[in-house]
Design a protein around this ligand. Structure first.
Ligand code: ZN
Length: 275
């Protein structure tokens, strides 16, 4: 298992959306969010585990974990001043499966990790985001992190990497459960209004029992402060759902009916990153 440490220094950047994103993950399961991945000399790949390390300001330690779904890419800098100067930074998109809110939740203390002999090779003071750690260290850290979460009473949905090791059957059942929980009344209404046709390509999936199938996409993600309201929901096929989640395509407000223009702007600016 390859893994990297992503760092967060609250003195340099205030993460306003953290409580909302953490709450959304606790209630709805994993959420994709982007994170600065530092300089490109570190090799981060799709599928790598990522641990989020809070630095500088107490409490310091691991506050989250996830799986890299989009490897490093360049986008306008996260620092306001640098962005205005036209500077870019490297980012990854991470599917966060666990996220704690420092001061509210008990995070995994950095000092405790320092004392772990198997982790003595890790630079726990690193300020650089994206440093990689060895497979052995990653495995040990994962174990400590998961038992920390258990002891603290957190029950997060299993991470993708663990699911891949499962047989196909339980995995399929689990995914269906997640879909049902995630579908709000608004999501169902939007899908029915669109007759389960993708609002981008017009296609509908048909299941073995004859049911029509589509997915609801929150244009401004719930984990980033978006609302669960019909004007923020699109009916899409699974392919376009993934492309929207990962910011691979922009949205055209003249072609998408029923979605508020502010949500479409959010997608184009923050997720597709057209700026
Ligand atoms: Zn589609």
């Amino acid at each position: 298992m390859s893994a990297c440490l992503l760092t967060w220094n609250p003195e340099k950047w205030t993460w306003h959306e953290l409580p909302e994103l953490a709450d959304s993950i606790k209630r709805h399961g994993p959420q994709v969010n982007r994170w600065s991945s530092g300089v490109t000399k570190y090799k981060i790949d799709e599928g790598d585990r990522a641990f989020l390390l809070r630095q500088s300001e107490d409490p310091t330690g691991i506050i989250g974990s996830g799986t890299v779904v989009v490897p490093p890419y360049q986008a306008p800098h996260w620092n306001d001043e640098k962005r205005k100067e036209g500077q870019k930074a490297n980012f990854v998109r991470v599917r966060f499966d666990a996220l704690l809110v420092p001061n509210d939740d008990p995070i995994l203390p950095r000092d405790l990790l320092r004392e772990e002999s198997g982790l003595s090779g890790v630079n726990w003071d690193t300020q650089a985001s994206g440093t990689t750690i060895s497979d052995d260290e990653a495995e040990l850290l994962e174990g400590i992190w998961q038992s920390h979460l258990n002891q603290a009473g957190f029950k997060f949905e299993e991470s993708e990497s663990e699911n891949l090791a499962d047989t196909e059957e339980p995995n399929r059942v689990r995914r269906e459960t997640v879909r049902i929980i995630r579908d709000s009344a608004h999501s169902r209404a939007v899908k029915e209004e669109n007759d389960y046709e993708c609002q981008i390509c017009g296609r509908t999936l048909r299941l073995a029992n004859g049911d029509r199938y589509a997915e609801a996409h929150h244009v401004h993600p719930l984990g980033e402060g978006g609302e669960d309201t019909p004007a923020n929901i699109m009916c899409v096929c699974p392919n376009h759902h993934a492309l929207l989640d990962y910011g691979a395509i922009p949205l055209d407000s003249e072609e998408i009916e029923g979605v508020g223009s502010k949500y479409i702007q959010y997608h184009n600016r923050k997720i597709f990153e057209s700026e």
